[in-house]
Design a protein around this ligand. Structure first.
Ligand SMILES: Cc1cc2nc3c(=O)[nH]c(=O)nc-3n(C[C@H](O)[C@H](O)[C@H](O)COP(=O)(O)OP(=O)(O)OC[C@H]3O[C@@H](n4cnc5c(N)ncnc54)[C@H](O)[C@@H]3O)c2cc1C
Length: 210
């Protein structure tokens, strides 16, 4: 396990703490709203000691390393947002063509068509933001602002799309057996992990010079 720790007065470093180190405890799996396929546990550290050789990178560079990893991680979570939104859209599209009400598929109603049109358009916008952030990173150019913008936009986008998709599924969408129910539960963490929506706005505002 790599942790970010104070290693001196105002000095932050990243340190490797192997499993089994005395004082390092790992909680049982936590019960989450979604992401059930991912094991999430609390880690506790009490009077843990490791040799200096366990420093990851340069001593005192921990905070900078931490922020760099976060910036890159934001692109990954933003990509998950686009993927989840695309999945929710695909389910809505298929269901709208299959489900019949008032004698015709619900996809023939303009209200449903407009919703799908908005979803498809916003997903492309989100995808473009993610590609741009990833391209900047690949080019070795500053990408922190683009990563935060992609993460913020796709987090909220995936929320809007999964909500609209479940709505389009009607009562069936509320059943655990429906695929959209799982996406609905899995979406929320995309607005929390790797920095909440509010934290992304703080990062963006800072980059704007505010
Ligand atoms: C499934 C899951 C997996 C996770 N995995 C990891 C992991 O692998 N590694 C890891 O380090 N962490 C992990 N986390 C933790 C995650 O990064 C934090 O939950 C997240 O960053 C939010 O921090 P917090 O929970 O302390 O919320 P808080 O900081 O307590 O925030 C609570 C609320 O207050 C708002 N808020 C806080 N400060 C401000 C402010 N200054 N201005 C405006 N609003 C503010 C927040 O936006 C949020 O809405 C995981 C969390 C989950 C749910």
């Amino acid at each position: 396990m790599t942790i970010t720790a104070l290693t001196g007065e105002g000095e932050v470093s990243n340190v490797i703490v192997p499993n089994g180190t005395p004082g390092f405890t790992i909680s049982p799996p936590m019960h989450k709203l979604g992401w059930h396929a991912s094991d999430t546990r609390e880690l506790s550290f009490k009077d843990v000691a490791v040799p200096e050789g366990n420093l990851l990178g340069e001593r005192g560079r921990g905070f900078v390393q931490f922020l760099e990893i976060l910036d890159g991680g934001r692109i990954s979570v933003a990509a998950m947002g686009v993927g989840l939104a695309q999945g929710a859209y695909d389910l809505a599209f298929a269901y709208a063509r299959e489900r019949r009400q008032f004698g015709k598929p619900i996809s023939s109603f303009q209200a449903v068509q407009f919703k799908l049109a908005d979803m498809a358009t916003e997903i492309e916008a989100g995808r473009a933001l993610v590609y741009r952030a990833a391209w900047l990173k690949d080019q070795g150019r500053p990408f922190a602002l683009a990563a935060a913008q992609a993460k913020l936009y796709t987090g909220e986008l995936s929320n809007r799309v999964v909500n609209a998709s479940l709505q389009m599924h009607g009562g069936y969408g509320f059943m655990e057996e429906s695929a959209i129910a799982r996406l609905y539960r899995d979406q929320k963490v995309l607005e929390i992990g790797e920095g909440t929506n509010e934290v992304q706005r703080m990062v963006i505002a800072k980059h704007l010079g505010l």
